[in-house]
Design a protein around this ligand. Structure first.
Ligand SMILES: Nc1ncnc2c1ncn2[C@@H]1O[C@H](COP(=O)(O)OP(=O)(O)OP(=O)(O)O)[C@@H](O)[C@H]1O
Ligand SMILES: [Mg+2]
Length: 378
């Protein structure tokens, strides 16, 4: 049985990007009615013509739907009156004083964690290529290699030969590579043996450092995180520090891999990190003569997507240019954008951006100011 508390817990994952607090804390959540697998939720926005209305509404639906057993979510949007609004603004100011900025990632940044249940399914290849595809669509994009021990991002982006350095403010500057802001443990150490030293380091601690000590651009639209395989520690740390984080689950077409990925998705739910969609990778191979081989089986991706009730964002075929591009540091979306894998990854990026659109640039506070000016002039 789902309770109001479960719904509220999920709604704490919906962040008003402008006010940088969750909508429960902000008092924006009104009546919650649960009827079996249907939920209806009242949401009071600061202003009726809130530019972030769609974003908040979509986030509410997605996060609440991620609760097992919930199928239908309806949102009743209302606007606050002047009194409610000033109470909220008071809360926001108090909160800003109490909590120093916990991470260097702007609350406006959309965070996508690329995860899977087992290794070698193509998380890193997808992360790098997806980041490049999103950047090519005109959004400032960051790429965080959270695979502390098994980092592979620097090798895949050959243009990086520099090392991370701190600025005068002692914050680490992300490296600029192929138009992306990139951070990886592989960029802090000179040889792969030294990487062994990192074994003593707690994974979640390292992630924390990447989020608090790196001076990411304040106007980063998207941050793609290449997650390490397995365990839930990093996922938990991520959702604690970046409550807006969501997951893309990568799987291969065969059934065994799909079961593992289902475990990841389950964990995502427990940490209130919703799954945006599933990407099937290594989905068959087509020869130049047009013969198609399902080398690793078929159907795993759509089965998993159905099971989770999320869309299948794409099926990336086996393409030698993914391997070659990865080894030579020339990712397939830039070296062969119209090849089989390049085209499909770009289409995954399009679908992802439809589902998780960039945060609204226009703000409610700006509109409230205009409204108040108009009222004062009356
Ligand atoms: N669509 C594809 N076609 C051909 N080769 C691919 C494809 N996707 C990934 N590969 C290759 O498979 C290997 C594993 O991919 P990758 O390193 O991206 O996986 P991973 O999930 O990040 O692995 P790990 O768990 O070790 O971090 C790499 O050699 C990569 O080049
Ligand atoms: Mg990897």
């Amino acid at each position: 049985m789902t309770t109001t508390d479960d719904i509220e817990a999920a709604l704490r994952g919906v962040i008003d990007p402008e006010l940088n607090a969750d909508i429960v804390e902000l008092g924006m959540v009104g009546d919650i009615t649960i009827d079996g697998s249907d939920v209806s939720i009242g949401v009071a926005l600061t202003i009726a013509a809130c530019p972030m209305r769609d974003q908040i509404e979509n986030d509410v639906v997605r996060k609440v739907k991620a609760i097992p057993g919930i199928e239908d979510v309806s949102v009743n949007v209302t606007a606050m009156n002047g009194e409610q609004r000033s109470e909220l603004m008071g809360k926001v100011r108090l909160r800003a004083r109490e909590n120093a900025e916990p991470t260097m990632i702007s609350p406006q940044t959309r965070v996508i964690a690329v995860s899977s249940g087992k290794g070698g399914v193509g998380k890193s290849s997808l992360s790098v290529n997806l980041a490049l595809a999103i950047s090519a669509l005109g959004h400032r994009t960051g790429l965080l290699d959270a695979d502390i021990w098994g980092f592979s991002v620097p090798r895949m982006l050959d243009s990086i030969d520099a090392r991370l350095e701190a600025g005068d403010d002692r914050k680490i500057r992300p490296l600029q590579a192929a138009g992306l802001e990139v951070v990886s443990t592989g960029l802090m150490i000179d040889d792969e043996d030294t990487a062994l030293m990192w074994r003593g380091l707690m994974l979640s601690k390292a992630l924390e450092q990447f989020l608090t000590d790196v001076a990411w651009s304040p106007d980063l639209g998207y941050l793609i995180i290449d997650m390490p395989p397995g365990t839930g520690d990093v996922q938990m740390a991520l959702s604690r520090m970046l409550p807006q984080a969501e997951m893309v689950v990568v799987t291969t077409p065969q059934r065994a891999a799909q079961k593992v990925a289902a475990r990841v998705a389950d964990m995502a739910r427990r940490s209130h990190m919703p799954v945006v969609g599933v990407v099937e990778n290594m989905s068959g191979f087509t020869t130049e003569e047009g013969r198609h081989y399902d080398l690793f089986g078929s159907g795993g991706g759509s089965e998993l997507a159905d099971q989770l009730g999320v869309p299948l964002l794409g099926q990336i075929p086996l393409d030698p240019n993914v391997v070659n591009g990865g080894d030579e540091g020339r990712p397939v979306v830039t070296s062969d954008p119209d090849g089989p894998a390049g085209r499909e990854i770009r289409s995954v990026a399009d679908r992802l951006l439809d589902l998780v659109p960039p945060a609204a640039a226009d703000t409610c506070t700006a509109r409230i100011a205009v409204l108040e000016e108009q009222l004062a002039g009356m």
